[in-house]
Structure formats: structure tokens, C-alpha cells
Design a protein around this ligand. Structure first.
Ligand code: AMP
Length: 412
């Protein structure tokens, strides 16, 4: 018996009509990041589970409830990658990139997987574009990356963006602040949500993320880490801020900005877009000065970000133009239509032909429907006409000069 299947929950098909806008995003990102000296890296779609458990953090949402993990036939524990930074740091260490001139600047694009509850803008397989500068503690790198993400999003035409900026300080400052916050939360334990209470010991910072009303009230009066940054952390943060001011990138300071991954230190940032509704985060990142070392490499400061392609597409105001053929070949003789279209394509002219045995009139209609700019009409006797579809203007051309004639008409 035949059974109809659907794409798994939280996944989607990308149809040809939707592909051109994705390509536009990928091309724009690639050009921007290449020009800034970032080289593209590709890592596998799955990694050892342990990499994410260590690299992302045992108590994070990602690791505790969002990973697609499985054992392979040899009993190895593997996970479909939920994020890109831990795999890239793994690759940095594995390939000895610390011996290359520093920083190593990398970018990536591809699918990521998280078992989240699906909704608009939140999927179980989604695409990210990301960039990382590994091997630099300079605040210039922080500012460069924030500016690149800003340019990526604005360059695509996304307006109403907001940049939230914070700092988590060094691990030491964070540890003592964590204690202070934990004590504060204990004093107000009865007003907190069960989830926050459950994580008081492992991850008190996550209380800032809570939607629970009682918790939110308590958090409004909580001490913030920005008030606790010490000398070098404070100086680093001040420099990042002044570089962003100089670059004309506006931001709001958000002392409660806690990203869902454990590895961040110092600068953290997130771009949000109101048009996206509940899932307003469009891209973000931060410094992860301890991660490479945690994954067995030398002590190596680094910073990076990731942006969601589907959220970028949702935030885009204008639909990008549909991909239209330049030429539709109209010819009652199929072999001749085939050869004519191929001949045009060899000159890098996008050409289509009828593949459904339509009569001459039906082919003209199809040329229109396909949105072709020109029809190349090949008559029975071999004579050729070039017709501009929109104006209906039509003229005879020498069949031997067909590609040149199309190229000239295209530029006219
Ligand atoms: P994160 O690593 O969680 O900061 O994610 C970086 C970006 O990836 C977010 O700002 C979103 O644009 C996108 N993203 C994260 N999770 C999902 C998801 N489940 N579905 C779609 N996009 C996502």
C-alpha cells in the first residue's frame, strides 16, 4: 500500500522558487567575509557528542534537551551539530592552526540541528552563517566582527535592527559574580520559577532569560556583571564600545545579555529584529577565550558570531526578484530548439526551451509564463527572430550571429 510522507516535524523543503533569496544571502555573506580576509571552512554535519557536552556546556539548554544524538553501529556517541563554534575550535586544534599566523579568520555556512519546539522562525534543521577570529584578544576583532554582522544584515536590506551589547568579564570575575548573583537569588528564592530554582547552582545567570513574572521582578533589581568588570575587562569593553561608536554602529547596553552557551567570556552581542515576533534573535555571538584550551589546544582567545538564514529571510522586507530566463526558444522543430538553446547557454546566456511537446502557440505562451526577457523564434525555414517580450518588438536576425545579437540586445 502506498503511504504519503511529510518532512519531519520542524524541518522544511526549500523549493526552487525560494532558492534564489537564499542564494542572495549566501553570496552577499561570502563576498563580505572574503573581502575582510575570512576563509571558508566546512566541518562535518555530525561530531562526537562529547565535543558539544564539553564545548557548549553540560548545563546549557542545547546540551540538556536540544541535541539530536545517536550511537552509530560501532557504538560511538554522535550528535548532529547544534552549533558551529565548538566544531571549528576542534578543527583549529586538530589541524594545528595555532601554528599559522594569528588570528585565523574563518567563516562557515550550512545546516544545524536542534530539537526545539518548532514555530515561526524556529526549526529543527536550520541554516546558519557564522564567522570566527581565533587567536586574538584585541578589541579590534570584537568590533570588526560586530560591524561585519551589522553590514551583512543591513546590506541585505534589513532595517529595524537592534544591537544589544554586553560583557561577561573574565572567568574569574564571572565566577565571583556568579556567587554574588546566587546569594542574591537565594534571598529571593520563593519568588523564582521552579526552573530557575533548579538551576541556581549550575547556571544562575540563566535567570536573566526567564519569562516567569516573579523571576523577572527579582532580576530587575539583581546586581549586574557590568558593574563588576575589573580593570582589563572594563578597559576591553570600553574600547569595543568606542570602536563601535566610531564605526557608527548603534547599540544598547544590556547587562542581562546571557547567551545560551557556556563558553562566552567578555564581549557578547545579539542583533534582534522586531519584525520577527517571538523569535526576534537574528544573529549573535561573543568572545570565547577559554574554549580552544578546553578542547585540548593552547590558550587561545577568540571571538565569533552566527546568524540564522531563515530568520534573515523572514526579516527581509522585499522579496528578491525571481530568477527569470533571458531567452525562451520558440521552435516547432524540437531538435532545432534543443540545439539553439544549448548554443546560447554555451555563451552564458540563460536559455530555456519547451520540454512538453507544446505547439508553436503554446510555446509563446510558455515564454511569457516563464518571464523570459526575449523569445528567440526559429521558423521552419531556419530564419530567426528576436522578440522582446515586454514591448512585443520583434526583428529578424542572422542565425549565425544569434548569441551576439542577444548579448547586444541585453545591453541595449
Ligand atoms: P545561537 O547559536 O543560539 O545564538 O543562534 C544563532 C542564530 O541562529 C540565532 O540568532 C538565530 O538566527 C539562528 N537560530 C538558532 N536556533 C534556531 C532555530 N531553532 N531555528 C532557526 N534559527 C535558529
Amino acid at each position: 500500500m502506498a503511504v504519503k510522507h511529510s518532512a519531519p516535524k520542524g524541518t522544511f523543503d526549500v523549493l526552487p522558487s525560494e532558492e534564489s533569496s537564499r542564494e542572495l544571502v549566501a553570496t552577499h555573506a561570502g563576498k563580505l567575509l572574503d573581502a575582510a580576509g575570512y576563509g571558508r571552512i566546512e566541518t562535518p554535519a555530525f561530531e562526537e557528542t562529547e565535543l558539544f557536552a564539553r564545548g557548549v556546556g553540560e548545563s546549557t539548554d542545547i546540551v540538556t534537551k536540544e541535541m539530536f544524538s545517536f550511537s552509530d553501529r560501532g557504538g560511538r556517541e554522535l550528535t548532529l551539530r547544534p552549533e558551529g563554534t565548538a566544531p571549528i575550535c576542534r578543527a583549529y586544534v586538530e589541524h594545528g592552526m595555532h601554528k599559522d599566523p594569528q588570528p585565523v579568520k574563518l567563516w562557515y555556512a550550512g545546516p544545524f540541528f536542534r530539537a526545539e519546539k518548532p514555530q515561526q522562525g524556529r526549526y529543527r534543521q536550520f541554516n546558519q552563517i557564522g564567522a570566527e577570529a581565533i587567536g586574538t584578544d584585541s578589541p579590534l576583532a570584537d568590533a570588526e566582527l560586530v560591524v561585519l554582522l551589522d553590514e551583512l544584515l543591513r546590506g541585505l536590506g534589513i532595517t529595524d535592527l537592534e544591537l544589544r551589547l554586553g560583557s561577561l568579564g573574565s572567568p574569574e570575575v564571572r565566577a565571583s559574580y556568579r556567587e554574588e548573583l546566587r546569594d542574591y537569588l537565594r534571598e529571593h528564592e520563593s519568588s523564582l520559577s521552579e526552573e530557575v530554582r533548579g538551576r541556581l547552582d549550575t547556571n544562575p545567570l540563566r535567570a536573566f532569560d526567564s519569562d516567569h513574572e516573579g523571576t523577572r521582578e527579582v532580576m530587575q533589581r539583581a546586581p549586574t556583571i557590568l558593574e563588576r568588570l575589573d580593570g582589563e575587562d572594563a578597559e576591553h569593553f570600553a574600547t569595543v564600545r568606542s570602536l563601535l561608536d566610531a564605526a557608527g554602529v548603534p547599540y544598547t547596553l544590556d547587562p542581562s545579555l546571557v547567551r545560551g552557551l557556556d563558553y562566552y567570556t567578555r564581549t557578547v552581542f545579539e542583533f534582534t529584529c522586531d519584525r520577527l515576533g517571538a523569535q526576534s534573535g537574528i544573529g549573535g555571538g561573543g568572545r570565547y577565550d577559554g574554549l580552544v584550551e578546553l578542547l585540548g589546544g593552547p590558550s587561545t582567545p577568540a571571538i565569533g558570531w552566527a546568524a540564522g538564514v531563515e530568520r534573515i529571510l523572514l526579516a527581509l522586507e522585499d522579496e528578491p526578484p525571481l530568477r527569470r530566463p533571458e531567452v525562451f526558444v520558440v521552435c516547432a522543430e524540437p531538435r532545432r530548439a534543443f540545439e539553439t538553446a544549448l548554443g546560447l547557454r554555451r555563451h552564458r546566456i540563460s536559455a530555456q526551451l519547451d520540454l512538453a511537446a507544446r505547439a508553436f502557440k503554446g510555446q509563446m505562451k510558455q515564454a511569457n509564463r516563464a518571464g523570459a526577457r526575449f523569445a528567440v523564434i526559429v521558423e521552419q525555414d531556419g530564419s530567426v527572430k528576436l522578440r522582446e517580450m515586454e514591448s512585443g518588438e520583434q526583428r529578424d536576425i542572422d542565425p549565425a550571429d544569434l548569441p551576439e545579437a542577444v548579448i547586444a540586445a541585453r545591453e541595449a
